[in-house]
Ligand binder design. Structure first.
Ligand SMILES: Nc1nc2c(ncn2[C@@H]2O[C@H](COP(=O)(O)OP(=O)(O)OP(=O)(O)O)[C@@H](O)[C@H]2O)c(=O)[nH]1
Ligand SMILES: [Mg+2]
Length: 514
């Protein structure tokens, strides 16, 4: 309790004590303003309030006493109002502390789910980051194009037969055997070569450190070798979004010069993208190119096919990212990023929610622990489609098995004993597509004996996660489970509302308001 509240309560206690000391039937003064019977009978305590008239009270004394009582009543009402205001402010303060921790392995969809929260509850703030997201989307796209060009021109060691002859035709042989002339690939390599420069520019500036780079005249490159064609890594905590807010006149000339140089370089990159647009479309739509990619073993899932399909729109000079585009932009998280969401809609308008979005790869999980002590809820994401995938960082480990193990660790944590637990079975679209393709869930999960359809597999996953939660939680706790497809913001919005209700309920319960 604050000192103000304590002082007010103390005053209230003194004020109320008179009633405590009196019997029910005798506590009210009569209409003439005379004290209650018990008081008149000498039962009242010395400091009782309101003061009682001496037996021979004159008219003047009575008027003074009644005035004092009226003032006391006004003071009491004012105290009541202050107490209520303080209670509201404590309540708001608690809400301002709403902290949510997004957990789960890499690529489970944590950052995508966070973007859903932003789209739903703070759309204007997200829209203000459009310039930064455009750069991420462009980087996703050029990485895919450059990755394809590299894959198609990489010399492949051909396996040989016993007699030394190749068992499969080399790529160039295959390409010449297709209707697509080899010359086209050469042409694409040539005409699209400026995209190498675009990749460097965007990667460089997206990973730039606002504080150190201007003086050092360099930005830390993000263009580290990536596991997937489209992954973009930006160290957690970097205010990369802010780098694109033009000319924030904060009085720092060096900073402004740096921002201006970023803006100029990114504008150049956009010009190049616009100029390369038709060639990218032609290359991507060429059937022989796509079949060559497949022959080459390049998984289309590794490419940002969404943006390649949308190249005509995305590469135009006047392109503005839509919310659906932002949802699809892949930006691998490293470390722990703190995101403040100021609610712009609904009853929570103006409230602050703080999200901690973590990097999910194994090497980063130790950095989650310090955040356990101070959160209201955990939102754990598991890719339901991970059953036939392995971890990027350890290709011997099945993704679903890794999710079970991580979930068990999280559930067992004593630090999280009183935290709200929300589990999202994400990527339901991919699970559904894979099962419909005939991929057998039981081939990967030996204990699974049910039918190979989405409904039964989902039930199995829910049972499994629930059982781990029940057995390993330090004390009984409710688990909220939802199935999601984080790239579909329409279906996800219903889940977001239910998550919000869960969080609000936690608050009200904590404040003993219900
Ligand atoms: N098809 C499909 N793709 C999804 C879904 N959720 C996320 N993705 C995609 O999965 C990829 C990884 O999503 P992220 O949200 O970046 O994953 P993350 O958990 O934040 O990963 P890290 O930052 O590496 O820990 C992105 O390309 C998303 O567009 C989903 O429900 N369905
Ligand atoms: Mg992430």
């Amino acid at each position: 309790m604050s000192s103000g509240l304590a002082a007010l309560s103390c005053y209230r206690r003194r004020f109320d004590s008179s009633d405590d000391d009196l019997d029910d039937a005798t506590t009210k003064a009569d209409d003439a303003g005379r004290p209650p019977l018990s008081a008149r009978a000498g039962k009242r305590t010395e400091n009782a309030w309101p003061p009682y008239p001496p037996p021979n009270e004159t008219e003047l004394e009575r008027a003074v006493r009644l005035e004092e009582e009226r003032e006391a009543k006004l003071r009491s009402d004012s105290i009541d109002r202050e107490l209520e205001a303080e209670r509201q402010s404590v309540r708001r303060g608690r809400k301002a502390e709403t902290k949510l921790l997004l957990l789960g392995q890499s690529e489970s969809g944590k950052s995508t789910m966070l973007k859903n929260f932003q789209i739903h509850f703070a759309p204007n703030a997200l829209r203000a980051e459009n310039d930064a997201w455009r750069a991420v989307i462009h980087l996703n796209l050029v990485r895919s194009v450059n990755f394809m060009l590299d894959a198609l021109t990489r010399p492949i060691p051909s396996p040989t037969n016993n007699d030394g002859s190749p068992t499969v035709p080399s790529f160039s042989n295959r390409l010449s055997a297709t209707p697509q002339p080899v010359g086209d690939l050469r042409r694409f390599k040539l005409t699209l070569s400026p995209l190498r420069q675009v990749e460097v520019i965007l990667a460089r500036y997206l990973s730039a450190n606002e504080v150190t780079s201007p003086s050092e005249g360099r930005a830390s490159p993000a263009a580290q070798p990536q596991a997937s064609a489209t992954d973009v890594t930006i160290r957690g905590g970097h205010t990369w979004r802010g780098l694109f807010r033009r000319w924030q006149n904060n009085g720092d000339e060096q900073q402004s010069r740096f921002s201006a140089s970023i803006v100029e370089a990114v504008e150049n990159a956009r010009q190049i993208l616009d100029a390369c647009r038709e060639d990218v479309i032609e290359m991507w739509n060429s059937p022989s190119m796509q079949s060559a990619l497949r022959d080459e073993g390049v998984s289309l899932e590794d490419l940002s096919t969404f943006f390649l399909d949308e190249a005509d729109r995305v590469m135009r000079l006047d392109y503005e990212p839509s919310f659906d585009d932002i949802l699809r932009a892949r930006l691998q998280t490293t470390g722990v990023e703190e995101h403040h969401l100021k609610m712009e809609t609904g009853a929570e308008n103006g409230e602050h929610w703080i999200f901690y979005d973590v990097g999910g790869s194994r090497g980063q999980r130790a950095s989650w622990v310090p955040f356990f002590e101070d959160v209201n809820a955990i939102i754990f994401l598991c890719s339901a489609a991970g059953f036939n995938e392995v971890l990027e960082e350890d290709r011997n480990v099945n993704r679903l098995l890794d999710s079970f193990t991580t979930w068990k660790t999280i559930c067992s944590s004593k630090l999280l004993a009183s935290v709200q637990f929300i589990l999202l079975l994400n990527k339901m679209d991919l699970l559904d597509a894979r099962l419909k393709l005939g991929i057998q869930f039981s081939d990967y999960v030996k204990s699974y004996k049910d039918e190979n359809d989405t409904e039964h597999v989902t039930e199995y996953l829910k049972r499994k996660f629930n059982a781990i939660h029940r057995h390993h939680s330090p004390e009984p706790r409710k688990l909220h489970v939802h199935c999601t497809c984080a790239i579909d913001r329409n279906t996800t919005s219903a889940v977001l509302l239910r998550i919000r209700d869960t969080i609000l309920l936690t608050h009200l319960t904590a404040m003993e308001l219900i």
